[in-house]
Design a protein. Sequence first.
Length: 411
Amino acid sequence: MSMTSTRLAIMMFLQFFIWGGWFVTLGTFLAQNLGVSSGQIGMAFSTQSWGAIIAPFIIGLIADRYFNAERILVVLHLAGAALMFGLYRSQDFATFYPLVLLYMVLYMPTLALVNSVSFRQMSDPSRQFARIRVWGSIGWIVAGLAISFVFSWDSQQAIAAGMLRNTFLMCAIASLVLGVYSFTLPKTPPRATGATSLKEILGLDALRLLKDRNYTIFFVASILICIPLAFYYQNANPFLAEIGVTNPTGKMTLGQISEVLFMLLLPVFIHRFGIKKTLLLGMLAWALRYTLFAFGDAEGLVFMLLIGIALHGICYDFFFVSGQIYTDARAGERFQSSAQGMITLATYGVGMLIGFWVAGHITDYYVVDGGHDWQGIWLFPAAFALGVLVLFSLLFRDKKAQTSPAKAKQA
């Protein structure tokens, strides 16, 4: 690995260590330590979506035109460290919610920025990006293993003692480290110049990608498939804890371990089978995962839950990471940051905002004495993902050349 690749890998590691270090256990913390309702838990998770909706405007206004992307990362992560420390000290939802909302407004743009910094150092992102992005998955894994097996913050005794809030302190420290480290990242100056309209200044010029029928279908599918994704983020950890699975956060890192393995296979799969089959396999994995969750349990059928968790590598890599690569190829050089911000809006913004709202209502509907009817909850996203798969299969036309930046510019 070259020195530049190593620097980018450390960036990705810290970026996703921060996110995985508090977001996975958020639902459990809010329910058991702050005693909030399912609706309020949905509100907290949906702050991710509001941040993603605002992200393209920050990226379009600043990163593509005025300031180096790596310097924006410095500011956002240092501010994030202060907000994360505020979350660590929060004692009620009235204090917690505005802080987490502001934090996610600052954090979500950094997802597009780290991609932009990475892509700008690569001659062939479709082959090279996966080797860098995989370190983000490793960061998420390390965070989960630390919570479950090093500190045991997610054990029933530790949760009862309020120890789960230490995840916010851990992530505040990591945010501070990444903010300082971002000073050392490769210089990524703005490329777009000469903006003459409000549309260009705000980064809405990336919407020109929607003139391509295939990209529009992909864009809509990205929004829809995030509805099932929201069920996983909001419910997986509380589900495992409620049915009695031990070390639930640690076991959920199986998903990121598989993400590492499939990330390495992704470039081969895209180049051999094309973008359509890659995306379809990702959607199929979502439907299968939730079916396994619906019929598994914490005793004799726990293997079904573990397989469902391990499918995360296919679910995430084969749809979301391949989608980032596809978007970069279609955008070309001039509006790479804007395009990454736009797909962030589609997935973590609009799609998951709807998804968290749906997941909250479905979860409330299946509340029973002593817990939830989890089979009913999980069958809904399984059926939904299968429906998106069928529609995408019928409407999207595969063009293998679309994953090659050089060929995309000629299209």
